[in-house]
Design a protein around this ligand. Structure first.
Ligand SMILES: Nc1ncnc2c1ncn2[C@@H]1O[C@H](COP(=O)(O)OP(=O)(O)OP(=O)(O)O)[C@@H](O)[C@H]1O
Ligand SMILES: [Mg+2]
Length: 487
Protein backbone atom coordinates (compact mmCIF):
# COMPACT_ATOMS: atom_id res chain seq x y z
CA UNK A 1 0.00 0.00 0.00
CA UNK A 2 1.34 3.40 -0.99
CA UNK A 3 1.63 5.88 1.83
CA UNK A 4 0.59 9.38 0.77
CA UNK A 5 1.47 11.27 3.92
CA UNK A 6 4.19 13.42 2.42
CA UNK A 7 4.58 15.90 -0.39
CA UNK A 8 7.98 17.30 -1.34
CA UNK A 9 8.47 21.00 -1.85
CA UNK A 10 11.01 21.03 -4.69
CA UNK A 11 12.07 24.66 -4.17
CA UNK A 12 12.39 24.07 -0.41
CA UNK A 13 14.58 21.02 -1.05
CA UNK A 14 16.68 23.02 -3.48
CA UNK A 15 17.17 25.79 -0.93
CA UNK A 16 18.31 23.21 1.62
CA UNK A 17 20.80 21.37 -0.55
CA UNK A 18 22.19 24.24 -2.61
CA UNK A 19 24.87 25.02 -0.02
CA UNK A 20 26.38 21.55 -0.48
CA UNK A 21 27.77 22.81 -3.78
CA UNK A 22 26.62 21.83 -7.23
CA UNK A 23 29.75 19.74 -7.86
CA UNK A 24 28.96 17.44 -4.98
CA UNK A 25 25.36 17.09 -6.16
CA UNK A 26 26.41 16.25 -9.72
CA UNK A 27 28.77 13.69 -8.23
CA UNK A 28 25.62 11.89 -6.96
CA UNK A 29 24.97 10.96 -10.58
CA UNK A 30 28.52 9.69 -11.05
CA UNK A 31 28.13 7.81 -7.77
CA UNK A 32 25.00 6.08 -9.08
CA UNK A 33 26.73 5.10 -12.31
CA UNK A 34 29.81 3.78 -10.49
CA UNK A 35 27.52 1.66 -8.31
CA UNK A 36 26.49 -0.22 -11.46
CA UNK A 37 28.39 -2.53 -13.72
CA UNK A 38 29.82 0.23 -15.90
CA UNK A 39 32.94 0.52 -18.02
CA UNK A 40 32.39 4.12 -19.09
CA UNK A 41 30.71 7.14 -17.56
CA UNK A 42 30.55 10.28 -19.69
CA UNK A 43 29.83 13.63 -18.05
CA UNK A 44 29.02 16.69 -20.18
CA UNK A 45 28.79 20.18 -18.74
CA UNK A 46 28.21 22.69 -21.50
CA UNK A 47 27.39 26.32 -20.75
CA UNK A 48 24.53 27.48 -22.96
CA UNK A 49 25.52 30.59 -24.90
CA UNK A 50 23.95 33.80 -23.65
CA UNK A 51 22.07 32.15 -20.77
CA UNK A 52 23.07 31.40 -17.16
CA UNK A 53 22.39 27.73 -17.84
CA UNK A 54 24.53 24.67 -18.24
CA UNK A 55 23.45 21.58 -20.16
CA UNK A 56 24.30 18.59 -18.00
CA UNK A 57 24.39 15.01 -19.22
CA UNK A 58 25.65 11.91 -17.43
CA UNK A 59 25.58 8.72 -19.45
CA UNK A 60 26.77 5.23 -18.57
CA UNK A 61 26.85 1.80 -20.20
CA UNK A 62 25.61 -0.41 -17.31
CA UNK A 63 23.75 -3.32 -18.98
CA UNK A 64 20.97 -3.40 -16.40
CA UNK A 65 20.17 0.31 -15.99
CA UNK A 66 17.53 1.37 -13.45
CA UNK A 67 16.03 -1.77 -11.96
CA UNK A 68 12.99 0.16 -10.82
CA UNK A 69 12.12 3.33 -12.70
CA UNK A 70 9.99 4.61 -9.80
CA UNK A 71 13.18 5.01 -7.80
CA UNK A 72 14.13 7.85 -10.13
CA UNK A 73 11.58 10.04 -8.31
CA UNK A 74 10.81 8.29 -5.01
CA UNK A 75 12.72 9.67 -2.05
CA UNK A 76 13.87 7.18 0.58
CA UNK A 77 12.55 4.09 -1.27
CA UNK A 78 14.41 1.00 -0.11
CA UNK A 79 17.69 1.15 -2.04
CA UNK A 80 18.84 -2.29 -3.17
CA UNK A 81 22.36 -1.08 -2.36
CA UNK A 82 21.70 -0.89 1.40
CA UNK A 83 22.79 -4.47 1.85
CA UNK A 84 25.84 -4.14 -0.41
CA UNK A 85 28.72 -2.59 1.53
CA UNK A 86 30.83 -2.07 -1.59
CA UNK A 87 28.23 0.11 -3.26
CA UNK A 88 27.96 3.76 -2.37
CA UNK A 89 24.21 4.41 -2.43
CA UNK A 90 21.84 3.77 0.51
CA UNK A 91 19.38 6.65 1.09
CA UNK A 92 17.63 6.68 -2.29
CA UNK A 93 18.00 10.41 -2.16
CA UNK A 94 21.09 11.59 -4.05
CA UNK A 95 19.65 11.72 -7.53
CA UNK A 96 16.56 13.57 -6.26
CA UNK A 97 18.80 16.26 -4.75
CA UNK A 98 20.33 17.09 -8.12
CA UNK A 99 16.84 16.95 -9.69
CA UNK A 100 15.78 19.62 -7.18
CA UNK A 101 18.47 21.87 -8.68
CA UNK A 102 17.28 21.42 -12.28
CA UNK A 103 14.90 23.50 -14.40
CA UNK A 104 13.90 20.42 -16.39
CA UNK A 105 15.38 16.96 -16.69
CA UNK A 106 15.10 13.60 -18.43
CA UNK A 107 16.18 10.18 -17.31
CA UNK A 108 16.35 7.52 -19.98
CA UNK A 109 17.21 3.99 -19.01
CA UNK A 110 16.57 0.32 -19.80
CA UNK A 111 13.24 0.26 -17.98
CA UNK A 112 11.80 3.42 -19.56
CA UNK A 113 12.15 7.18 -19.41
CA UNK A 114 10.98 9.92 -17.11
CA UNK A 115 10.61 13.54 -18.15
CA UNK A 116 10.58 16.19 -15.45
CA UNK A 117 9.02 19.25 -17.09
CA UNK A 118 9.62 22.93 -16.39
CA UNK A 119 5.86 23.09 -15.68
CA UNK A 120 6.33 20.89 -12.61
CA UNK A 121 4.84 17.77 -14.18
CA UNK A 122 6.40 14.34 -14.38
CA UNK A 123 5.90 12.11 -17.42
CA UNK A 124 6.82 8.44 -17.24
CA UNK A 125 7.23 6.58 -20.55
CA UNK A 126 7.76 2.92 -19.82
CA UNK A 127 8.14 2.10 -23.50
CA UNK A 128 10.78 4.63 -24.28
CA UNK A 129 13.70 2.41 -23.29
CA UNK A 130 17.42 2.24 -23.93
CA UNK A 131 19.18 -0.92 -25.03
CA UNK A 132 21.67 -0.54 -22.23
CA UNK A 133 22.88 2.06 -19.79
CA UNK A 134 21.24 5.21 -18.49
CA UNK A 135 21.37 8.85 -19.36
CA UNK A 136 20.52 11.79 -17.12
CA UNK A 137 20.03 15.09 -18.96
CA UNK A 138 19.09 18.43 -17.50
CA UNK A 139 19.47 22.16 -17.71
CA UNK A 140 20.99 23.63 -14.59
CA UNK A 141 21.11 27.24 -13.50
CA UNK A 142 24.80 27.73 -12.86
CA UNK A 143 27.31 30.55 -13.10
CA UNK A 144 30.57 30.17 -15.02
CA UNK A 145 32.45 30.14 -11.71
CA UNK A 146 30.23 27.34 -10.39
CA UNK A 147 30.78 25.43 -13.61
CA UNK A 148 34.58 25.75 -13.22
CA UNK A 149 34.36 24.71 -9.56
CA UNK A 150 32.32 21.69 -10.55
CA UNK A 151 34.96 20.62 -13.06
CA UNK A 152 37.66 20.92 -10.38
CA UNK A 153 35.48 18.87 -8.03
CA UNK A 154 34.98 16.12 -10.59
CA UNK A 155 38.73 15.97 -11.19
CA UNK A 156 39.15 15.16 -7.49
CA UNK A 157 37.20 11.87 -7.80
CA UNK A 158 39.21 8.68 -7.46
CA UNK A 159 38.17 6.58 -10.40
CA UNK A 160 38.04 2.80 -9.79
CA UNK A 161 40.14 0.47 -11.90
CA UNK A 162 38.46 -0.75 -15.05
CA UNK A 163 36.19 2.31 -15.38
CA UNK A 164 36.73 5.33 -17.61
CA UNK A 165 35.09 8.58 -16.59
CA UNK A 166 35.18 11.47 -19.04
CA UNK A 167 34.37 15.13 -18.51
CA UNK A 168 33.46 16.94 -21.73
CA UNK A 169 35.19 14.17 -23.65
CA UNK A 170 38.44 14.28 -21.64
CA UNK A 171 39.27 11.26 -19.51
CA UNK A 172 39.64 12.03 -15.80
CA UNK A 173 43.11 10.72 -15.06
CA UNK A 174 43.17 7.69 -12.84
CA UNK A 175 45.46 7.99 -9.84
CA UNK A 176 47.79 5.43 -8.33
CA UNK A 177 47.58 4.83 -4.58
CA UNK A 178 50.95 5.09 -2.82
CA UNK A 179 49.89 2.33 -0.46
CA UNK A 180 46.99 -0.05 0.15
CA UNK A 181 46.26 -2.09 3.27
CA UNK A 182 43.40 -3.97 4.93
CA UNK A 183 41.71 -3.08 8.20
CA UNK A 184 38.56 -3.80 10.17
CA UNK A 185 36.35 -0.73 10.04
CA UNK A 186 32.77 0.18 10.78
CA UNK A 187 30.44 0.09 7.80
CA UNK A 188 26.67 0.39 7.30
CA UNK A 189 24.68 -2.63 6.15
CA UNK A 190 20.92 -3.24 6.13
CA UNK A 191 19.70 -5.92 8.56
CA UNK A 192 16.83 -8.35 7.86
CA UNK A 193 14.32 -5.55 8.42
CA UNK A 194 16.20 -3.38 5.91
CA UNK A 195 17.37 -1.04 8.67
CA UNK A 196 20.89 0.30 8.19
CA UNK A 197 23.12 -0.91 11.02
CA UNK A 198 26.76 -0.25 11.83
CA UNK A 199 28.92 -3.34 11.61
CA UNK A 200 32.64 -4.09 11.63
CA UNK A 201 33.93 -5.39 8.34
CA UNK A 202 37.32 -5.97 6.79
CA UNK A 203 38.04 -3.59 3.95
CA UNK A 204 40.94 -2.17 2.05
CA UNK A 205 42.14 1.38 2.50
CA UNK A 206 44.01 3.22 -0.23
CA UNK A 207 46.32 6.15 0.37
CA UNK A 208 46.89 8.79 -2.27
CA UNK A 209 49.27 11.71 -2.38
CA UNK A 210 47.14 14.89 -2.69
CA UNK A 211 47.87 16.87 -5.86
CA UNK A 212 49.16 20.43 -5.62
CA UNK A 213 46.40 22.66 -4.30
CA UNK A 214 44.35 19.74 -2.92
CA UNK A 215 43.53 19.25 0.74
CA UNK A 216 43.77 15.66 1.95
CA UNK A 217 40.29 14.18 2.04
CA UNK A 218 38.48 11.10 3.26
CA UNK A 219 36.86 9.26 0.35
CA UNK A 220 34.17 6.60 0.30
CA UNK A 221 34.72 4.33 -2.70
CA UNK A 222 36.30 7.16 -4.69
CA UNK A 223 33.83 9.91 -3.72
CA UNK A 224 35.00 12.74 -1.44
CA UNK A 225 33.30 12.85 1.96
CA UNK A 226 35.19 15.34 4.11
CA UNK A 227 38.46 17.24 3.99
CA UNK A 228 40.71 16.06 6.79
CA UNK A 229 43.87 18.08 6.19
CA UNK A 230 45.89 14.92 6.92
CA UNK A 231 48.98 13.87 5.03
CA UNK A 232 47.21 11.67 2.46
CA UNK A 233 43.84 11.16 0.82
CA UNK A 234 42.25 8.07 2.38
CA UNK A 235 39.92 6.01 0.23
CA UNK A 236 37.85 3.41 2.05
CA UNK A 237 36.63 0.56 -0.17
CA UNK A 238 33.28 0.12 1.58
CA UNK A 239 30.42 2.26 2.85
CA UNK A 240 31.59 4.60 5.58
CA UNK A 241 29.18 5.72 8.34
CA UNK A 242 27.65 8.85 6.83
CA UNK A 243 25.29 11.62 7.73
CA UNK A 244 22.33 12.15 5.37
CA UNK A 245 24.22 15.01 3.73
CA UNK A 246 27.16 12.64 3.08
CA UNK A 247 29.63 15.26 4.22
CA UNK A 248 31.01 13.86 7.44
CA UNK A 249 31.76 10.76 9.50
CA UNK A 250 31.62 10.30 13.29
CA UNK A 251 34.78 11.65 14.98
CA UNK A 252 35.54 8.23 16.49
CA UNK A 253 35.48 6.63 13.04
CA UNK A 254 37.99 9.13 11.66
CA UNK A 255 40.23 8.72 14.67
CA UNK A 256 40.15 4.98 14.25
CA UNK A 257 41.06 5.26 10.60
CA UNK A 258 43.88 7.71 11.34
CA UNK A 259 45.33 5.27 13.85
CA UNK A 260 45.36 2.46 11.27
CA UNK A 261 47.08 4.80 8.84
CA UNK A 262 49.72 5.80 11.38
CA UNK A 263 50.39 2.18 12.35
CA UNK A 264 50.82 1.35 8.68
CA UNK A 265 52.72 4.42 7.54
CA UNK A 266 54.79 5.57 10.54
CA UNK A 267 58.01 4.95 8.63
CA UNK A 268 57.12 7.85 6.35
CA UNK A 269 56.43 10.29 9.17
CA UNK A 270 58.37 13.56 8.98
CA UNK A 271 59.19 16.02 11.74
CA UNK A 272 56.47 18.31 10.29
CA UNK A 273 53.86 15.57 10.71
CA UNK A 274 54.26 15.10 14.45
CA UNK A 275 52.21 18.09 15.53
CA UNK A 276 49.39 17.59 13.03
CA UNK A 277 45.91 16.80 14.29
CA UNK A 278 45.82 13.35 12.73
CA UNK A 279 49.13 12.20 14.22
CA UNK A 280 48.29 13.67 17.61
CA UNK A 281 44.97 11.86 17.54
CA UNK A 282 46.40 8.56 16.36
CA UNK A 283 49.18 8.58 18.97
CA UNK A 284 46.59 9.07 21.71
CA UNK A 285 44.50 6.16 20.49
CA UNK A 286 44.47 2.88 22.33
CA UNK A 287 45.21 0.99 19.11
CA UNK A 288 48.38 2.97 18.30
CA UNK A 289 51.12 0.36 17.85
CA UNK A 290 54.39 0.35 19.87
CA UNK A 291 56.36 0.82 16.63
CA UNK A 292 54.25 3.82 15.64
CA UNK A 293 54.62 5.59 19.00
CA UNK A 294 58.36 4.91 18.90
CA UNK A 295 58.71 6.51 15.45
CA UNK A 296 56.56 9.42 16.58
CA UNK A 297 58.89 10.01 19.55
CA UNK A 298 61.97 9.64 17.33
CA UNK A 299 60.68 12.35 14.98
CA UNK A 300 59.53 14.61 17.77
CA UNK A 301 62.44 14.37 20.21
CA UNK A 302 65.18 12.44 18.41
CA UNK A 303 66.39 9.03 19.54
CA UNK A 304 68.57 10.42 22.35
CA UNK A 305 65.75 11.25 24.70
CA UNK A 306 64.76 10.64 28.29
CA UNK A 307 61.98 11.50 30.67
CA UNK A 308 62.76 14.21 33.22
CA UNK A 309 63.97 12.45 36.34
CA UNK A 310 63.36 14.31 39.61
CA UNK A 311 65.45 11.73 41.50
CA UNK A 312 68.57 12.46 39.46
CA UNK A 313 68.79 16.16 38.50
CA UNK A 314 72.32 15.75 37.24
CA UNK A 315 71.33 13.01 34.77
CA UNK A 316 68.79 15.37 33.15
CA UNK A 317 71.49 17.95 32.58
CA UNK A 318 74.05 15.43 31.42
CA UNK A 319 71.70 14.17 28.70
CA UNK A 320 70.95 17.70 27.52
CA UNK A 321 74.65 18.52 27.51
CA UNK A 322 75.12 15.51 25.22
CA UNK A 323 72.60 16.97 22.74
CA UNK A 324 69.76 14.78 24.04
CA UNK A 325 66.22 15.89 24.86
CA UNK A 326 64.64 15.76 28.29
CA UNK A 327 60.89 15.26 27.99
CA UNK A 328 58.87 16.89 30.71
CA UNK A 329 55.34 15.82 31.53
CA UNK A 330 53.64 18.63 29.63
CA UNK A 331 55.42 17.90 26.37
CA UNK A 332 53.20 14.85 25.74
CA UNK A 333 49.54 14.12 26.28
CA UNK A 334 48.58 11.69 29.03
CA UNK A 335 47.64 8.99 26.52
CA UNK A 336 50.93 9.44 24.64
CA UNK A 337 52.89 8.98 27.87
CA UNK A 338 50.90 5.83 28.51
CA UNK A 339 51.61 4.49 25.00
CA UNK A 340 55.29 5.42 25.28
CA UNK A 341 55.49 3.62 28.61
CA UNK A 342 53.83 0.47 27.27
CA UNK A 343 56.23 0.48 24.31
CA UNK A 344 59.26 1.07 26.58
CA UNK A 345 60.07 4.01 24.32
CA UNK A 346 61.00 6.58 26.97
CA UNK A 347 63.15 5.91 30.05
CA UNK A 348 63.90 8.21 32.97
CA UNK A 349 67.12 10.21 32.61
CA UNK A 350 68.57 8.51 35.69
CA UNK A 351 68.20 5.11 34.01
CA UNK A 352 69.89 6.19 30.80
CA UNK A 353 72.76 8.20 32.26
CA UNK A 354 72.79 7.49 35.98
CA UNK A 355 74.88 9.85 38.04
CA UNK A 356 77.58 7.83 39.75
CA UNK A 357 76.64 7.01 43.33
CA UNK A 358 79.71 6.14 45.39
CA UNK A 359 77.93 3.52 47.41
CA UNK A 360 75.03 1.37 46.40
CA UNK A 361 71.66 2.41 47.85
CA UNK A 362 70.84 -1.27 48.07
CA UNK A 363 70.92 -2.18 51.80
CA UNK A 364 72.03 -5.72 50.84
CA UNK A 365 75.06 -4.59 48.81
CA UNK A 366 78.44 -5.66 50.29
CA UNK A 367 79.87 -2.98 52.56
CA UNK A 368 83.11 -1.26 51.66
CA UNK A 369 86.24 -2.60 53.25
CA UNK A 370 87.46 0.09 55.70
CA UNK A 371 91.23 0.30 56.28
CA UNK A 372 91.83 1.06 59.93
CA UNK A 373 94.16 4.02 60.68
CA UNK A 374 96.58 1.61 62.28
CA UNK A 375 97.10 0.05 58.86
CA UNK A 376 97.58 3.32 56.95
CA UNK A 377 100.96 3.93 55.32
CA UNK A 378 102.85 7.12 56.12
CA UNK A 379 101.89 8.48 52.72
CA UNK A 380 98.22 7.86 53.47
CA UNK A 381 98.60 9.60 56.82
CA UNK A 382 100.16 12.65 55.16
CA UNK A 383 97.34 12.96 52.64
CA UNK A 384 94.71 12.48 55.37
CA UNK A 385 96.28 15.23 57.54
CA UNK A 386 96.54 17.51 54.50
CA UNK A 387 92.84 16.99 53.74
CA UNK A 388 91.91 17.74 57.38
CA UNK A 389 94.06 20.88 57.31
CA UNK A 390 92.54 22.16 54.06
CA UNK A 391 88.94 21.38 55.10
CA UNK A 392 89.39 23.40 58.28
CA UNK A 393 91.11 26.34 56.58
CA UNK A 394 88.97 26.52 53.45
CA UNK A 395 85.56 25.56 54.78
CA UNK A 396 85.84 25.52 58.56
CA UNK A 397 84.84 21.86 58.48
CA UNK A 398 86.21 19.32 61.00
CA UNK A 399 86.90 16.63 58.45
CA UNK A 400 86.84 12.90 59.10
CA UNK A 401 88.95 10.92 56.63
CA UNK A 402 88.24 7.26 55.87
CA UNK A 403 90.44 5.00 53.80
CA UNK A 404 88.39 2.32 52.06
CA UNK A 405 89.02 -0.45 49.59
CA UNK A 406 86.05 -1.08 47.30
CA UNK A 407 85.45 -2.04 43.68
CA UNK A 408 82.68 0.60 43.51
CA UNK A 409 83.30 3.09 40.75
CA UNK A 410 84.71 6.09 42.67
CA UNK A 411 88.14 7.32 43.68
CA UNK A 412 86.92 9.58 46.44
CA UNK A 413 83.64 10.76 47.82
CA UNK A 414 82.54 13.45 50.21
CA UNK A 415 79.43 14.04 52.24
CA UNK A 416 78.62 15.76 55.52
CA UNK A 417 82.14 16.37 56.70
CA UNK A 418 83.41 12.92 55.75
CA UNK A 419 85.89 12.16 52.98
CA UNK A 420 86.35 8.58 51.76
CA UNK A 421 89.47 7.82 49.74
CA UNK A 422 89.32 4.56 47.79
CA UNK A 423 92.69 2.81 47.78
CA UNK A 424 91.40 0.32 45.20
CA UNK A 425 90.97 3.10 42.61
CA UNK A 426 93.68 5.57 43.70
CA UNK A 427 96.49 3.10 44.35
CA UNK A 428 99.44 3.56 46.75
CA UNK A 429 101.41 5.65 44.25
CA UNK A 430 98.79 8.34 44.30
CA UNK A 431 99.24 8.77 48.07
CA UNK A 432 102.99 8.84 47.71
CA UNK A 433 103.03 12.10 45.74
CA UNK A 434 102.22 14.21 48.83
CA UNK A 435 100.27 17.48 48.50
CA UNK A 436 100.72 17.74 44.75
CA UNK A 437 98.56 19.63 42.27
CA UNK A 438 96.60 16.51 41.38
CA UNK A 439 95.86 15.86 45.07
CA UNK A 440 94.69 19.48 45.39
CA UNK A 441 92.49 19.02 42.34
CA UNK A 442 90.86 15.91 43.80
CA UNK A 443 90.35 17.48 47.24
CA UNK A 444 88.87 20.70 45.83
CA UNK A 445 86.46 18.68 43.72
CA UNK A 446 85.35 16.66 46.75
CA UNK A 447 85.07 19.74 48.97
CA UNK A 448 82.84 21.29 46.30
CA UNK A 449 80.27 18.69 47.37
CA UNK A 450 80.02 20.41 50.73
CA UNK A 451 77.97 22.94 48.73
CA UNK A 452 76.27 20.85 46.05
CA UNK A 453 75.93 17.22 45.01
CA UNK A 454 75.26 18.11 41.39
CA UNK A 455 78.38 18.43 39.24
CA UNK A 456 76.47 20.42 36.62
CA UNK A 457 74.94 22.93 38.97
CA UNK A 458 76.08 26.53 39.27
CA UNK A 459 76.31 26.04 43.07
CA UNK A 460 78.99 23.43 42.54
CA UNK A 461 80.77 25.55 39.97
CA UNK A 462 80.74 28.64 42.22
CA UNK A 463 81.98 26.59 45.18
CA UNK A 464 84.98 25.35 43.16
CA UNK A 465 85.85 28.92 42.15
CA UNK A 466 85.68 30.10 45.73
CA UNK A 467 87.70 27.14 47.06
CA UNK A 468 90.41 27.65 44.42
CA UNK A 469 90.69 31.34 45.22
CA UNK A 470 90.89 30.64 48.95
CA UNK A 471 93.50 27.95 48.41
CA UNK A 472 95.78 30.49 46.71
CA UNK A 473 95.39 32.98 49.56
CA UNK A 474 96.01 30.27 52.14
CA UNK A 475 99.16 29.14 50.31
CA UNK A 476 100.48 32.70 50.33
CA UNK A 477 99.61 33.23 53.99
CA UNK A 478 100.88 29.87 55.30
CA UNK A 479 103.49 28.52 52.90
CA UNK A 480 105.20 26.66 55.74
CA UNK A 481 102.07 24.68 56.55
CA UNK A 482 101.91 23.45 52.96
CA UNK A 483 105.56 22.54 52.90
CA UNK A 484 104.90 20.05 55.70
CA UNK A 485 102.71 18.00 53.37
CA UNK A 486 104.72 18.16 50.15
CA UNK A 487 107.46 15.71 49.26
N1 LIG B 1 22.99 5.29 -13.47
C1 LIG B 1 22.18 4.43 -12.88
N2 LIG B 1 22.12 3.14 -13.29
C2 LIG B 1 21.27 2.26 -12.70
N3 LIG B 1 20.46 2.57 -11.66
C3 LIG B 1 20.48 3.84 -11.21
C4 LIG B 1 21.32 4.83 -11.80
N4 LIG B 1 21.11 5.98 -11.15
C5 LIG B 1 20.19 5.73 -10.21
N5 LIG B 1 19.81 4.44 -10.24
C6 LIG B 1 18.80 3.81 -9.41
O1 LIG B 1 18.06 4.82 -8.82
C7 LIG B 1 18.10 4.75 -7.42
C8 LIG B 1 18.05 6.14 -6.86
O2 LIG B 1 19.33 6.76 -6.88
P1 LIG B 1 19.73 7.65 -5.64
O3 LIG B 1 21.07 8.22 -5.89
O4 LIG B 1 18.63 8.59 -5.36
O5 LIG B 1 19.75 6.63 -4.43
P2 LIG B 1 20.85 5.59 -3.97
O6 LIG B 1 22.02 5.65 -4.86
O7 LIG B 1 20.22 4.26 -3.81
O8 LIG B 1 21.20 6.13 -2.53
P3 LIG B 1 21.93 7.48 -2.13
O9 LIG B 1 20.86 8.46 -1.85
O10 LIG B 1 22.67 7.09 -0.93
O11 LIG B 1 22.76 7.86 -3.29
C9 LIG B 1 19.30 3.93 -7.10
O12 LIG B 1 19.12 3.20 -5.93
C10 LIG B 1 19.41 3.00 -8.28
O13 LIG B 1 18.61 1.88 -8.09
MG1 LIG C 1 22.93 7.44 -5.25
Amino acid sequence: MKNRWFEVDKQGLRNLVERQGIGRLIAELVQNALDEDVTIVAVQLLPLPGRPLVALAVEDDAPEGFRNLDHAFTLFADSYKKSLPEKRGRFNLGEKLILAMCQEATIATTTGSVMFGADGDRHVRPRSRRERGSMFQADLRMSRAECDETCIYLHSLLIPNGVTVTLNGVTLSPRQPIHTFDANLETEIADDERVLRRRMRKTSIELYEPLVGETATLYELGLPVVETGDRWHLNVAQKVPLTLSRDNVPPAYLRNLRTFVLNEMHDRLTTEDVNTVWVQQATCDDACSPEAIRTFLDRRFGDHRAAYDPTDPEANKAIQADGGTIITSRMLKKEQWQKAKEAGAIHPAGKIKPTAKPYSLDPNAPSADVILPADWTNAMRTIASYAVFLAKELMDVDLIVMMVRTTNNFAACYGQGRLDLNLFRLGHRWFEQGASESVDALLLHEFGHEFSGDHLSSDFHDALCRLGARLKRLALEKPEAFRAFTR
